[in-house]
Design a protein around this ligand. Structure first.
Ligand SMILES: [Zn+2]
Length: 246
């Protein structure tokens, strides 16, 4: 029995708008800087996890307002309104330039990890705004998974318990502030990869912990320590039907 390999991704790592598309976002600096433009702190969190565990990191810094890498192409929120109004050929160009290469890199890293280790734990790093539509979101950390996938349930149980031991002052909630089985990169990968080889979890950190520089050192440390505690509980079987090394 081996341990599943880790792959880290970050779909909402930045709010970059390439020069050619900037006219579409004129006067929208405030929204680009807000939680609608990107996930503050998520990229630093992803980099910390990748460094701590020697895991591959697939990340992007193009703003989700241009194209949301964590949505299916048929999702109406794939683009912000101004981009949705572009002719189909221009929207296709955005997909070809930013969306498809990102999705391919993520899928490739995940398939490679499965080929090498028999199974993968994919952590997709995100952050959420502490207040949405006048409602306060009190959790510090959310762990999003599909309750129908036993490996995902197990990882989140162990991780939540380890977080409670490492940092009891934190409120950790499962499938909060969103349901893990909603549209996204993990949901898409679940459709291609069976539960015995693919464990996909979205890590959501509350942006109240993130400084103006996009940092949250204490929270990052607790998350790494607790994951280190939780991982030994996760075992994978060696790759099946692919022949084992002698
Ligand atoms: Zn996000």
């Amino acid at each position: 029995m081996t341990r599943p390999a880790l792959v880290i991704t970050c779909e909402h790592g930045g709010n970059h708008i390439p020069a050619v598309y900037r006219p579409l976002f004129e006067g929208q600096d405030a929204v680009l800087q807000s939680h609608r433009g990107f996930d503050a702190g998520a990229l630093k969190m992803a980099q910390t996890l990748a460094d701590a565990f020697g895991a591959p990191l697939v990340s992007a810094t193009v703003s989700r307002l241009l194209v949301d890498l964590n949505r299916s192409t048929h999702n109406p929120t794939l683009h912000a309104e101004g981009v949705r109004r572009l002719p189909a050929t221009q929207r296709q160009e955005i997909l070809t330039r930013f969306y498809q290469p990102y999705r391919s890199r993520a899928e490739q890293a995940i398939r490679q990890a499965i080929a090498d280790n028999g199974a993968v734990i994919h952590l997709s790093s995100h952050s959420f705004t502490p207040e949405l539509d006048g409602r306060l979101r009190k959790a510090d950390i959310g762990l999003l998974y599909d309750p129908r996938r036993p490996g995902e349930v197990a990882l989140c149980q162990h991780w939540k318990a380890a977080l409670a031991a490492t940092a009891p002052q934190l409120t950790v909630r499962r499938n909060y502030p969103y349901a893990g089985k909603g549209d996204g990169l993990t949901a898409w990968l679940r459709r291609c990869l069976t539960p015995d080889v693919y464990i996909g979890v979205e890590l959501e950190i509350n942006q109240k912990h993130v400084t103006a520089e996009g940092d949250c050192p204490a929270l990052r440390q607790w998350i790494v320590e607790s994951l280190r505690e939780a991982l030994p509980h996760m075992q994978s079987h060696p790759p099946r039907d692919r022949g084992s090394p002698p």
